[in-house]
Design a binder for this molecule. Structure first.
Ligand code: IPM
Ligand code: MG
Length: 368
């Protein structure tokens, strides 16, 4: 049997620092569990632009299509703000999502007990929180045409287009229903059917898929603005949420913060099954490149490590090992170890990115 293959695209800012800690976990699986990943590494984002003049080289794109899973750190930084839109670091990430056709973006928001006090919301609102946002990732206003900045009379007009086909809605709805079945059997779909035709179609299609294929899953619909409000009011009313690309971008940042820090939240972006039965997949933390703290050992590697755990679960059918990594993270947090982002207003002594990685490896050792 060939080893499972991984392409690591650490990217910009804190990306390489947090990915170095994931490397330790991958190394641990090799030496302690006899699970060897064939790891290759390449550039994405600003660093790819610096070297190749494009945020994603065609060769890198081709490699991403071949491996079992891609692990991505983060892209972007102020250095690239003035670049033309077509070569901005973010375009590299969007190209990966689009060309790999990673239509279902899973963004779990789970509140670790040790951090319940750290949320900006009251402890009883977030303690034990475990929800999953499924964000459509390859369509909607991120990719719709026409788009651009055009001249209209004597002023300019900026245009983006929200566009969803029925089949695009159907496939992400099915992903969300399947997940709901494995969890609390409850799905809430969010759009703006009160003002957007694409939202009307979204609601109709999700309802039809529910009625015809998943009558056992409890389905509800909410306007996305009300959804944002309900997520902060009483997030535990939700189990799985399915929503479009842009609303999913906003709602997942909101949900992430319920758990205490954006530095904690992983994601999986999944597409159709490949010939080997594994889904096309890219795993990345929800947080960005955080250029303000890059290179200082302040970044929290947990979101990236938990993204690797999601790879174990969704790409490699190693759910028990994913549980092991998640338990190791819970253990170090319960032991009081905190990176700078997890320091409350009362302060304390944060540990470094690398110390956090080492602590998680030690907790993995202890789990054997
Ligand atoms: C995310 C990010 C990206 C997005 C950016 C970096 C393009 O915010 O993954 O949530 O908007 O999708
Ligand atoms: Mg975002």
């Amino acid at each position: 049997m060939t080893n499972p293959s991984l392409l690591i695209l650490a990217g910009d800012g804190i990306g390489p620092e947090v990915m170095a800690e994931v490397r330790k976990i991958i190394g641990w699986y090799d030496t302690k569990r006899g699970v060897t990943f064939d790891v290759s590494e390449d550039l994405v984002g600003g660093c790819a632009y610096d070297k190749h003049g494009t945020p994603l080289h065609d060769d890198t794109m081709a490699k991403a299509q071949e491996v079992d899973a891609v692990l991505l750190g983060a892209v972007g930084g102020p250095k690239y703000d003035a670049l033309d839109f077509s070569v901005k670091p973010e375009r590299g990430l969007l190209r990966l999502r689009k060309e790999m056709d990673l239509y279902a973006n899973l963004r779990p928001a789970q509140c670790f007990d040790a951090l319940a006090d750290f949320s900006s919301l009251k402890k009883d609102v977030v303690a034990g929180l475990d929800i999953m946002i499924v964000r459509e990732l390859t369509s909607g206003v991120y990719f719709g045409e026409p788009r651009g900045i055009f001249k209209e009379g004597n002023e300019r007009v900026g245009i983006n287009t929200q566009r969803y086909t029925e089949s695009e809605i159907e496939r992400v709805a099915r992903s969300a229903f399947e997940l709901a079945r494995k969890r609390g059997n409850k799905l809430c779909s969010m759009e703006k059917a009160n003002v957007m035709e694409s939202g009307v179609l979204w609601r109709e299609v999700v309802q039809r898929i529910g009625d015809t294929e998943y009558p056992d899953v409890e389905l509800s619909h909410m306007y996305a603005d009300a959804g944002a409000m309900q997520l902060t009011r009483w997030p535990k009313q939700f189990d799985v949420i399915v929503t479009d690309n842009l609303f999913g971008d906003l709602l997942s940042d909101l949900a992430a913060m319920l758990t205490g820090s954006l530095g904690m939240l992983p994601s999986a972006s999944l597409g159709a099954p490949m010939a080997n039965g594994r889904p096309k997949a890219l795993y990345e933390p929800v947080h960005g490149s955080a250029p303000d703290i890059a290179g200082q050992g302040k970044a929290n590697p947990i979101a990236c490590i938990l993204s690797f755990a999601m790879a174990l679960r969704y790409s490699f059918d190693m759910g028990a090992e994913a549980d092991r990594v998640e338990a190791a993270v819970a253990k170090v947090l319960a032991d009081g170890l905190r990176t700078a982002d997890l320091m409350g207003p009362e302060g304390g002594a944060p540990i470094t990115t690398s110390q956090m990685g080492d602590a998680i490896v030690a907790a993995l050792d202890a789990s054997l």
